[in-house]
Write a protein that binds this ligand. Structure first.
Ligand SMILES: Cc1cc2nc3c(=O)[nH]c(=O)nc-3n(C[C@H](O)[C@H](O)[C@H](O)COP(=O)(O)OP(=O)(O)OC[C@H]3O[C@@H](n4cnc5c(N)ncnc54)[C@H](O)[C@@H]3O)c2cc1C
Length: 413
């Protein structure tokens, strides 16, 4: 008989895990997915493109309904898991039903962080996390509406771009002195600011929000320096927090996220966590690639193979049309690292590479990002770049042309 395996969360990590596990051990487990969003799992990464009108909301489903049914997976979406009894091995659902499990996989993702400032509960304050948020944004922030986006990181800028494309008048407020400071060095961040402003989006740096003002709905945002920006809506995009409460109340070890070992197991045998809710070696990732790597490792382990997750090298791509930004690894560098920089202000291009012990450890690209994945592979592999260091900044095509030995030609007899 198949072992009952329950996955809580019907997001990107859950869908990838179900896929990887069914490729390795179809039939070994009776899989049930419990998800509180009332729809099939979808590609959350594409929400920015949906907001910008570049992708239809109907086109972002990860797998069609039949795909799940064909693999014998039971889907319970629109249904929240409210409690885990780790010793009785039972999940309780919001509708009062319960589900027994032998193995449990927590893939509950994250929630947007809301700052503890007055006015956050006013109608017109919106987050940017799921498809409902997109519908609310479309409803609240159309042509000529004024929108303030709090947060000048990746999500905030993608929201600002989507709203500006919908002809809203957008102001981005960012607490720090440069945009995307966690992914970009000051030079690239300054280029990004100019590019964003050229789209008609106002950017205010060093902007510390004191209060969201309004009687019955949002009317303005007051900064701590006394300035007030009049607005019809506020999008809050200042960061995310792992959804780990369910695990915590179930007695599973939680730090910032649900603590897992290299096999993605929590401190309770047979209970696992993957994706944005998981904390591995002290790190919680907010990107999809680590979630997919974790899903692969866990599928291997639950199929009886040996596998370990050892952490991920992060890479970021901004999805703002016409503004190509890529960063990966240790892009700031530290003592003992060297930098290779190539700028072409005329073409709006900037490339910075951080090298340590003859290996590439980080990169920032602005403008021409076509070789981003190649640089990422060099960082991930830790391969020596000594043979082509001087040509590294000129890209993959040149390096491969100049530094790959031609195959020996056979001499005619
Ligand atoms: C607008 C946007 C743009 C993004 N762009 C990028 C990008 O360009 N590149 C990138 O790498 N990443 C990007 N991300 C992040 C990426 O989407 C996440 O890293 C990824 O979705 C994580 O997958 P997950 O399964 O861990 O979480 P999620 O996809 O969030 O799935 C978790 C699911 O669990 C559900 N859930 C939570 N608690 C319960 C419960 N108790 N019971 C039932 N269900 C529950 C949630 O409702 C949710 O549906 C973006 C995110 C957003 C919001």
């Amino acid at each position: 008989m198949s072992e009952p395996l329950v996955i809580i969360g019907n997001g990107m990590a859950a869908a990838r895990f179900a896929d990887e596990l069914s490729k390795r051990a179809l039939g070994r487990y009776a899989i049930a997915v419990v998800g509180d969003e009332p729809r099939l799992a979808y590609n959350r990464v594409l929400l920015s493109s949906v907001l910008a009108g570049e992708v239809a909301s109907s086109a972002i489903e990860l797998k069609p309904r039949d795909w799940w049914a064909d693999r014998g997976i039971t889907l319970r979406y629109g249904c929240r898991a409210t409690a885990i009894d780790a010793s009785a091995r039972i999940i309780t659902l919001a509708d009062g039903q319960s589900l027994p499990f032998s193995k449990l996989v927590l893939a509950t993702g994250s929630q947007p962080i809301k700052p503890a400032i007055p006015g956050m509960a006013l109608p017109g304050v919106i987050t940017f996390r799921d498809i409902n948020d997109i519908w609310t944004l479309w409803h609240r922030a159309g042509t000529d509406d004024r929108v303030v986006v709090i947060g000048g990181g990746l999500l905030g800028l993608e929201a600002a771009y989507g709203l500006a494309k919908a002809s809203a008048r957008v102001t981005v407020l960012h607490l720090m002195d440069r945009l995307m400071e966690r992914q970009l060095d000051p030079y690239a961040a300054a280029m990004l600011k100019r590019a964003v402003e050229a789209m008609g989006i106002e950017v205010i740096l060093n902007a510390d929000t004191a209060e969201i003002e309004g009687a019955n709905r949002v009317e303005g945002v007051r900064l701590k320096d006394g300035r007030t920006i009049q607005t019809d809506a506020v999008v809050v995009a200042i960061g995310i927090r792992p959804s780990a409460e369910l695990a915590r109340t179930g007695g599973i070890a939680v730090n910032r996220g649900i603590v897992v070992d290299d096999t993605m197991q929590t401190d309770v045998a047979g209970i696992h966590a993957i994706g944005e809710c998981a904390e591995h070696r002290g790190l919680v990732y907010g990107l999809v690639e680590p979630a997919y790597e974790q899903a692969r490792v866990l599928a291997d382990c639950l199929a009886g193979r040996t596998a370990r997750y050892e952490g991920s090298v992060l890479a970021t791509n901004l999805k703002v049309s016409g503004v190509n930004v890529f960063s990966a690894g240790d892009f700031l560098g530290s003592e003992g690292t060297e930098e290779i920089v190539l700028t072409d202000p005329g073409f709006g291009s900037y490339k910075k590479f951080v090298v340590s012990d003859g290996r590439l450890v980080g990169a920032v690209l602005f403008g021409d990002t076509a070789d981003g994945l190649w640089y990422l592979e060099l960082i991930r592999s830790g391969a020596s770049i000594a043979a082509f260091r001087d040509d590294l900044a000129f890209g993959r095509a040149l390096v491969e042309r100049v530094h790959t030995k031609p195959a020996p030609t056979r001499l005619a007899a």
